[in-house]
Write a protein that binds this ligand. Structure first.
Ligand SMILES: Nc1ncnc2c1ncn2[C@@H]1O[C@H](COP(=O)(O)OP(=O)(O)O[C@H]2O[C@H](CO)[C@@H](O)[C@H](O)[C@H]2O)[C@@H](O)[C@H]1O
Length: 483
């Protein structure tokens, strides 16, 4: 089978969040498991600024998408995913993909729809024996829509099966109906049984309805999104498609997130002692009081309510009355960026607020913290808690989505469990759970080293996920052929 893995962001070339990590890792493990897979992404301007693109090979030039009304030509460049033989194609046009923030809202429909049609043209020109396309999130959700409408009779494209992976249902791509014409798609799609959604066009809805199968990034989230609380309005159609909806837990790339070899962290971590060396180095690096007994609590992520940042903002002053330090790395909602920035002035030696995107610092924080905080309102999978555990940092989470599937409550009786968590989305629950974790860290050292060891023993490698994706590709392929 030949698979095209299509993503708007792929690490390390362009990363805004967790999707990039998955797109930069999963295909490598699928290839290692014996399947033929390549990746396609836009040639974002940032890539030119940050990578030596003169080594990319120009494969095709002067191509024009067949259906889209934006008739600007594009070129296809080829390179490889980091440390692998997995081919990645970059779609480059001089008229698009030049914003600093790749998800900048200006012209986002034009950019994403053009990309979807250009991917299909690229497949026809460069990889005509492709069997399955794995689209990801709303930005690539028009691919199955194009295939089941304008390319239904295309000799090459008509045989391709599709799977849509939902990494976050909170983002759906809502636009005015006129965009269908712009994309070169038929107007009849503006229909409640297709892309119409309360007077708008909903791109993710199209992806869900027109793909052969759908999956999301944890088994719990696959169930949750069929409920009103988590479905963001799409629970109804997901229920209709529940037989074709699967949940596959993400992994993490063990070749990059390696506590022994990671070049970003201060010391390799093999024992709890090594962990403490990373902690005190991090304290020094961030200008905090250097003391291994103070509990260092960290948060890394997008500063949006999905991540529970409102709950954290409600309890942080109380928490800071205790013997803890708080480190935050993130960007997002200006309201929260400003709020957390004020804490630095009030508690200069106790908090370190970093409103920036910094992969190197993220690694140092994962390795140097005692507790990693992830009290998400919803969490499709979550990677931060898995990275933390890999470096022996204990997660404190809300048990939802992938957090529920990856963190287990520590039980001092049988010494099992990897963290602490709560269910109801309330600040009192977060504060209580955090205080419990701080208590264990400060007063029950033996238990704490047990949790540290339990975390480090967890297996979140991608091999398991890769096998499951291959099974899904086969299911999609069989469905397409009518089996
Ligand atoms: N300021 C910053 N500086 C440096 N690095 C930063 C950073 N802010 C975030 N990151 C990094 O971005 C990634 C975030 O991944 P997550 O899975 O936790 O969340 P995200 O919501 O983006 O992903 C969505 O897709 C993924 C992948 O499927 C799902 O796990 C998740 O639940 C879903 O919401 C991590 O690698 C983190 O270290």
């Amino acid at each position: 089978m030949k698979i095209a893995y299509v993503s708007y962001e792929v690490s390390p070339f362009a990363k805004a969040g967790g999707l990039a990590d998955v797109a930069g890792a999963l295909p490598k493990y699928i290839k290692n498991a014996g399947e033929d897979i390549y990746v396609v992404m836009p040639f974002h301007k940032n890539i030119e600024n940050n990578f030596n693109t003169s080594k990319f090979q120009l494969v095709k030039t002067g191509l024009i998408p067949d259906s889209h009304t934006h008739k600007s030509p594009f070129s296809v460049y080829k390179s490889y995913l980091e440390g692998s033989s997995v081919v990645i194609y970059f779609i480059k046009t001089n008229t698009l993909y030049d914003s600093k923030n790749i998800y900048d809202e200006e012209n986002i429909f034009l950019k994403t729809s053009y990309f979807c049609d250009a991917v299909l043209k690229t497949i026809k020109e460069c990889e005509p024996d492709t069997n399955v396309i794995n689209a990801n999130d709303w930005h690539t959700s028009l691919i199955p829509v194009y295939l089941k409408t304008v390319y239904l009779q295309d000799n090459i494209l008509k045989k391709i099966a599709t799977i849509l992976t939902i990494h976050n249902i909170g983002y759906q791509g809502l636009f005015n109906p006129e965009v269908l014409n712009q994309a070169g798609l038929p107007n009849y799609l503006f229909n409640i049984n297709a892309l119409e959604y309360y007077g708008k066009v909903n791109i993710l809805k199209g992806g869900i309805l027109f793909s052969n199968i759908i999956n999301t990034v944890s088994p719990t989230y696959a169930k949750e999104i069929q409920s009103e609380e988590y479905g963001y309005g799409l629970e109804g159609i997901l229920k209709v498609r529940s037989e074709d909806l699967f949940g596959v837990l993400n992994g993490i790339d063990y070749s990059i997130y390696d506590p022994i070899k990671d070049p970003h962290i201060f010391y390799p971590i093999e024992s709890y002692k090594d962990k403490l060396k990373n902690k005190t180095s991090l304290q020094e690096y961030l200008g905090l009081v250097k003391d291994e007994n103070i509990t260092l609590i960290s948060f890394i992520g997008r500063l949006f309510e999905q991540k529970g940042i409102d709950l954290i903002s409600k309890i942080i002053d109380l928490l800071l009355l205790t013997d803890i330090q708080f480190v935050l790395l993130g960007t997002g909602d200006k309201k929260y960026e400003d709020y957390f920035a004020t804490l630095t002035k009030i508690y200069p030696k106790k908090v370190s607020i970093n409103i920036t995107f910094d992969v190197d610092l993220a690694q140092k924080i994962y390795a140097g913290s005692d507790i990693f905080l992830m009290p998400s309102k919803y969490e499709p999978c979550g990677l931060g808690q898995m990275y933390s555990m890999r470096y022996g940092t204990v997660p404190v989470v809300r048990y939802t989505g992938g957090l529920k599937d990856t963190v287990s409550e520590y039980n001092p009786k049988d010494k099992k469990g990897t963290g602490f968590g709560f269910y109801e989305y309330q600040e009192a629950n977060l504060l209580y759970t955090l205080m419990k974790a701080v208590y264990f860290h400060q007063k029950r050292k033996d238990d704490w080293t047990n949790i540290f060891e339990n975390c480090m023993k967890e297996d979140f490698s991608y091999e398991k996920a890769a096998k499951k994706y291959i099974e899904l590709y086969k299911i999609a392929f069989d469905k397409k052929r009518g089996y």
